[in-house]
Design a protein around this ligand. Sequence first.
Ligand code: GLN
Length: 314
Amino acid sequence: MSKSETVWTIMKIINWTKQYFEAKGVENPRLDAEVLLCAVLKCQRITLYVDFERPLSEDELSTYRQYVQRRGNFEPLAYILGEKAFMRNSFKVTPATLIPRPETELLVESVVKAANILRPDGDAKLLDIGTGSGAIIISLLDYLPQAKGVGVDISVDALIVARENAGRIGVSDRIGFVRSDVFSKLPLEKKFDIIVSNPPYIPAADIAKLEKDVQQEPRSALDGGADGLDFYRRIAKEAPAHLADEGLLAFEVGINQAQEVQKLCLDAGFAQTAVRRDYAGIERMVFAVKAKAQPQEGDEKKYADLLLEITKEL
Ligand code: GLN
């Protein structure tokens, strides 16, 4: 992108950037070149194809160059754009927050179903441990118009972003945020119908092997300790005390972790567990039901039916 005589049209600059990204090893070179240009021109991608001979102004070029340089350094696209689409909303994201992933939408979908079954009156109380941008809990409240939620994170910077997202999406009056290391600051008096979490689950030694983009996400949102299961151990053990009778614990898990997480839940006293796979066929979610204090005939079947309903493919 020299400043010389070249007139940088949309087409020319996309082709140049595509090659630049390709040489650097950026994963979707053309798509990223286009998406970044759309952010500069505040237009949709189709416009780039219609106006491909439109020259860029000096200001547009200068902003685009900065974006391209950042992406060339493997800064995630969502951090450059400042937002990421998740469910039916766009969430603000910053380097203080993990970027919401498409497979996490399946977790939200299962929990929405579970909330409607467990609380047909609509008044579900939900807790999200490690809320980050708030994508999970805010989406849940968006789809469950009477539900109330609490989002917990140890990172103040993440909570600031989550609170902003709650405001943007219009659920501020039904959500509270607490700075807490897992359950440490949560009172035991308040019981939740569902506790959901996508905790850090990458085994510490694997972090250096992750894609360069992912390594720019907060380590505190990725690192799950030596075997990746540290947070599941803590959450499974402490969750029953914060759950209502017949409440549900809903986890996203990493690759090859589902069986061990199920076992952790059963060891912690949960009555039944089930697994759901993601789009790639990977066991990605674990659900666990807490039994009533005084079990009754038919409970087992009821829990099995609930788990079947929320884990079945569409
Ligand atoms: N889904 C993220 C990844 O695969 C990890 C997020 C997490 O640890 N919860 O990179």
